[in-house]
Write a protein that binds this ligand. Structure first.
Ligand code: APR
Length: 271
C-alpha cells in the first residue's frame, strides 16, 4: 500500500506497471484483461463494513442466537411470533444501513464485463441499493414476505402489536421470504447460479465462510469448469487453498482497488 501511495505522484503508467507486477500475480492480471464472463459469490462479509452482522466468527449471529429456534420451518410452526420478532429486529437493523465501497465496486464491475452475474447469499438487498442489476439472491430477501403454504407474495405490514399475524388468502401463515435451514433454494435461481459458475472465466468468492451448501459448491464448480478462482476474505477459509488467488483483507478496501485496476488495464495502450 505504501508503494501505491508513493507512486500516486509518479505518473500513471508507472503506477499501473507496479500494481500489475507487485500486487497481483500475472495470471490474475491476464484474466482481468481477457475475461468476458465473470461470476461473483458474496456472503455476509461484504455487508459487514455496512454494519450488518455476519453469521459465524467471534461476533457472529449464530454465536448469540440459535438457528434451530429461529431459522427453520419447525421453529416457525412452533412459535411464529418469536421468529417474526427476530426477523423484524433484523429488518430494523438492515433498514438503517447503506451499501459500502465493496457493494459499490461490484456494481461498477458489472458494467465492465459482457457477461456478469452477481450471486449473493445475503438477504439485505444492499447489492441492489448499490446499483447492481444482475443479481441472483440465493437465500431470498428479508424485506419480502410470502405464504408458508402457497408461497404467494404478501405485501402487507407485519406487526406483532396487533396480536394476530396476517394470513394469506389461502389461510396459510405469512413468513419472511428467506431460505431457512433444511429448505431447498429456489430452483430457477440456483440453476442460473450454477450455469453462471460453469461458464465463468473468472470467479470471485467474497466475504463468505464457504461452509453453507449449495452456495459453497459454486466456486468449486467454477474452478473445475476452468475459471480462475479468486477469494477475497478477511480470514482464510476452506476455499483459500483451492483458490488460484486468496486475498486477505476487507472487501470494501480490496474491491475498489480491483475495479480501478481493471479500468487502468483497459486504458493501457495496446501493443
Ligand atoms: N471483508 C471480507 N470478508 C469479511 C469481512 C470483510 N470486511 N468481514 C467478515 N468477513 C468474512 C469472514 O471472515 C467470514 O469468512 O466473511 C465471512 C462471513 O461468513 P459467514 O458469517 O459464515 O457468512 P456467510 O458465508 O454469508 O454464511 C452463509 O449461512 O447462516 C447462513 O443463511 C446464512 O447466508 C448465510 C449462510
Amino acid at each position: 500500500m505504501a508503494i501505491n501511495k508513493f507512486l500516486f505522484h509518479a505518473g500513471r503508467k508507472f503506477r499501473i506497471l507496479v500494481s500489475v507486477m507487485i500486487e497481483y500475480p500475472k495470471e490474475f492480471i491476464k484474466m482481468l484483461k481477457k475475461a468476458n464472463s465473470v461470476a461473483v459469490l458474496t456472503g455476509a462479509g461484504i455487508s459487514a463494513e455496512s454494519g450488518v452482522p455476519t453469521f459465524r466468527g467471534k461476533d457472529g449471529i449464530w454465536k448469540n442466537f440459535s438457528a434451530e429456534e429461529l431459522a427453520t420451518v419447525d421453529a416457525f410452526m412452533n412459535n411464529p411470533e418469536r421468529v417474526w420478532e427476530w426477523y423484524l429486529w433484523r429488518r430494523q437493523v438492515m433498514s438503517g444501513v447503506s451499501p459500502n465501497p465493496g457493494h459499490k465496486a461490484l456494481a461498477e464491475m458489472e458494467k465492465l464485463f459482457d457477461d456478469f452475474t452477481l450471486i449473493t447469499q445475503n438477504v439485505d438487498g444492499l447489492h441492489r441499493q448499490a446499483g447492481s442489476n444482475s443479481i441472483l439472491e440465493l437465500h431470498g430477501n428479508i424485506s419480502l414476505n410470502k405464504c408458508l403454504e402457497c408461497s404467494r407474495p404478501f405485501a402487507g405490514e407485519i406487526s406483532l402489536e396487533r396480536g394476530e399475524l396476517p394470513k394469506c388468502e389461502c389461510g396459510g401463515k405469512i413468513r419472511p421470504d428467506v431460505v431457512w435451514f433444511g429448505e431447498m433454494l429456489p430452483r430457477d435461481i440456483i440453476n442460473k447460479a450454477f450455469m453462471a459458475s460453469e461458464r465463468a472465466e473468472l470467479f470471485f468468492s467474497i466475504g463468505t465462510s464457504a461452509l453453507v451448501h449449495p452456495a459453497a459448491s459454486l466456486p468449486v464448480t467454477a474452478r473445475q469448469s476452468g475459471a480462475y478462482l479468486v477469494e477475497v476474505n478477511l480470514d482464510p477459509t476452506p476455499l483459500s487453498g483451492f483458490a488460484d488467488l486468496a486475498i486477505h483483507g476487507k472487501a470494501g478496501e480490496i474491491l475498489p482497488g480491483i475495479v480501478k485496476l481493471i479500468n487502468e488495464l483497459r486504458d493501457e495502450p495496446k501493443k
